[in-house]
Write a protein that binds this ligand. Structure first.
Ligand SMILES: [Zn+2]
Length: 323
């Protein structure tokens, strides 16, 4: 029997360096991956690990113009020439291996799409970095170089999964994903985020435009919002989306920086809350799209919390109790 859940990563993802004291470190990914590998034997055969592939330039081109792809590659070459790091902006750092890491991150999402469409898994969690949801089509920002989820959505559309629901529960607004799909009727984007907070976008009045009118739903919430309220609000938003939109696949921009104790934010979710929300997403996926869910790691900057939340998320994807 196939495992229900694939965990996917690429070895290059840990080669992206951001320098000392940068919150988005290779150590966070290494810790989560090693905990996942240790946990897989206890997950009743329901979870398997698979290496992702590199995205090709044509795959990146589903979302990003050639000029942006070339610019990211040039920054990585500049870092190699300098023997260190190059800064795209004060937050967004590139090292010599960052371009390959970004290809591995986006490519892992493509591998997830392949696995769901060839029937070798029901859902997948891509443990990748650099993250993606702040990257617009032509701009890297907020630690993000290419928009991994957006590339995955466009690739899924090429494979016949036309209508995608994207749920972004990272604590920061997914401004890049919003911008990419703002006028697109086939992609419904829901972002739940702390407000006010970086990057300053995500107003609830921004509902999409043109053919994409009413397919963008921002749910800004204040710091300190109790987890129960957070869960209710997200479930309400999902119910609202599903009155007009039936997805063929669901993507999650899964940032765990909305957990209580994350050093970059002030929300209050516990690992059990991510388990609960994941179960809720699977219920929706069962009704609308044969269980197809592709979750992609975004933020989460306390390593221990990231591990606990990530494992709870995987247990829910595998339809196992929280522990
Ligand atoms: Zn974030």
């Amino acid at each position: 029997m196939n495992p229900s859940t694939l965990v996917i990563s690429h070895p290059d993802c840990t080669k992206h360096e951001t320098g000392p004291n940068h919150p988005e470190s290779a150590a966070r990914l290494a810790a989560l991956l090693s905990s996942v590998h240790a946990a897989i034997p206890e997950l009743e055969g329901r979870v398997a690990y698979r290496d992702g592939r590199h995205a090709g330039e044509a795959d990146l081109g589903l979302v990003h113009p050639h000029s942006h792809i070339a610019r990211v590659r040039a920054f990585a070459q500049q870092a190699a020439t300098a023997g260190g790091l190059a800064h795209i902006d004060p937050d967004t750092v590139v090292s010599p291996a960052s371009y390959e890491a970004a290809l591995g991150a986006a490519g892992s999402v493509l591998t997830a799409v392949d696995a769901l469409t060839d029937g070798s898994a029901r859902n997948a969690f891509c443990i990748v970095r650099p993250p993606g949801h702040h990257a617009t089509a032509d701009r890297a920002m907020g630690f993000c170089l290419f928009n991994n989820v957006a590339i995955g959505v466009r690739y899924a559309q090429e494979k016949g999964l036309q209508r995608a629901l994207i749920i972004d529960w990272d604590v920061h607004h997914g401004n890049g994903t919003e911008a990419i799909f703002y006028e697109n009727a086939d992609v419904y984007f829901i972002s739940m985020h702390q407000s006010p907070h970086y990057p300053g976008t995500g107003h609830s009045a921004h509902r999409g435009h043109g053919p994409g009118q009413a397919t963008n739903l921002n749910l800004p919430v204040p710091p300190g919002l109790p987890a129960t309220h957070y869960k209710n609000e997200l479930q309400r938003g999902l119910a609202q989306a599903l009155t007009t939109f039936s997805p063929d696949v669901i993507f999650i921009s899964s940032g765990f920086d909305s957990a209580y104790g994350d050093p970059l934010a002030g929300l209050t979710l516990a690992p059990e809350d991510f388990h609960y929300l994941t179960e809720h997403v699977l219920e929706i996926a069962d009704v609308h799209c044969e269980g197809r869910v592709i979750s992609v790691l975004e933020g989460g900057y306390d390593t221990e919390l990231l591990v606990d939340c990530g494992l709870a998320h995987i247990r829910a994807l595998a339809r196992l109790p929280v522990c």
